[in-house]
Design a protein around this ligand. Structure first.
Ligand code: HEC
Length: 289
């Protein structure tokens, strides 16, 4: 007999559950998650970035032709830049993104330099000219670490490394499995989750069916040890996928017999509107013997 427990895939007693699964599958259809809208704070960051990125015509003209500089306009452009970086800095402070707070601070120091140079009489255009190219490496550093592009081409603040998100998801899966907590496992999958096991070809559709099948499995056996390792990982915006291997040891509650289950898997997760990462597709197959 194929061992009953298949994490997040409930190959268990598929026959018993067939009707539940069919009903849930119908309910789950058409529940694909919509793209997350930006929060008000994110919209403000976007406005700040667009200001930072905008052309500064008076400043540009002053650097090419200092004799005809429109100094009040130049000062207004610098003030807008300062306000934008200050707003970005406070966004990153709220997010506790210390690295980004640091880069926003570096940019603000440069802004202070050009602000002082523009305010001296006469303005020190050479100093502004020398400071200007120093912004761009700061932009790149912060964008590399803290900006991500979604598949629709738009940009978002990257709250945390997605690999760290995946590892904490795996830790939650492990903790729930070790406790035999089918509800907690269910909370880690989407409502329309689909799990397939290559060992039997059994498919479980929907969170409710998943919970029902894991509840039966945990009634029959207990997880003694649990390991899953991603050997391959990729993410893009609200999507991430991992492929890897796992080993579970379970013991039968009535006979005490232990079984080791070694498998290879693919797991596809999506970030839902509330920011939670959940598994939408999970497929596994036994390791070759
Ligand atoms: C401290 C971090 C940080 C710094 C410094 C920074 N950015 Fe950004 N930038 C971000 C983040 C995060 C996003 C994604 C959020 C967004 O697009 O609203 C972003 C988005 C953008 C966007 C896309 C805006 C949009 O339409 O969504 C542009 C353009 C941009 N930055 C330009 C710049 C330029 C140019 C600089 C330097 C002169 C710069 N940024 C400096 C963090 C930073």
């Amino acid at each position: 007999m194929y061992p009953p427990f298949r994490l997040a895939l409930g190959a268990v007693t598929a026959a018993v559950l067939t009707s539940t699964i069919a009903i849930r599958a119908q309910q789950a259809r058409g529940e694909a998650p919509p793209a997350q809208p930006m929060s008000p704070a994110e919209l403000e960051l976007q406005r700040a970035m667009r200001t930072i990125n905008s052309d500064k015509p008076a400043l540009r003209a002053a650097l090419t032709d200092p004799a005809n500089a429109d100094v009040p306009k130049v000062k207004a452009e610098i003030a807008a830049l300062k306000a934008a970086y200050t707003s970005a800095e406070s966004f990153f402070k709220d997010q506790k993104a210390d690295d980004a707070v640091g880069w926003a601070g570096d940019a603000l120091k440069l802004v202070a330099t050009i602000e002082a140079a523009a305010s001296s009489a006469p303005p020190n255009w050479d100093e502004i000219r020398a400071a200007s190219p120093k912004f761009s490496p700061i932009c790149s550093r912060c964008h590399t670490a803290r900006r991500e592009q979604l598949s629709d081409g738009s940009y978002r603040f990257k709250a945390r490394d997605s690999r760290a998100e995946y590892d904490s998801y795996l830790a939650a899966v492990r903790a729930a499995a070790m406790r035999g907590d089918a509800e907690a496992l269910g909370a880690l999958v989407t409502a329309d989750h689909v799990a397939v096991t290559g060992a039997t070809g059994a498919t479980v559709r929907g969170r409710a069916a998943q919970i029902a099948s894991d509840t039966i499995a945990f009634g029959q056996m207990q997880i003694e040890s649990f390991e899953m390792h991603a050997t391959s990982f990729r993410s893009d915006g609200a999507l991430m996928y991992a492929a890897g291997t796992g080993t579970h040891v379970s013991s039968d509650r009535s006979t005490g017999r232990k079984e080791t289950d070694s498998f290879q898997y693919v797991d596809v997760l999506i970030r839902e509107r509330n920011g939670h990462w959940r598994s939408q597709y999970f497929m596994n197959a036994p390791m070759p013997r």
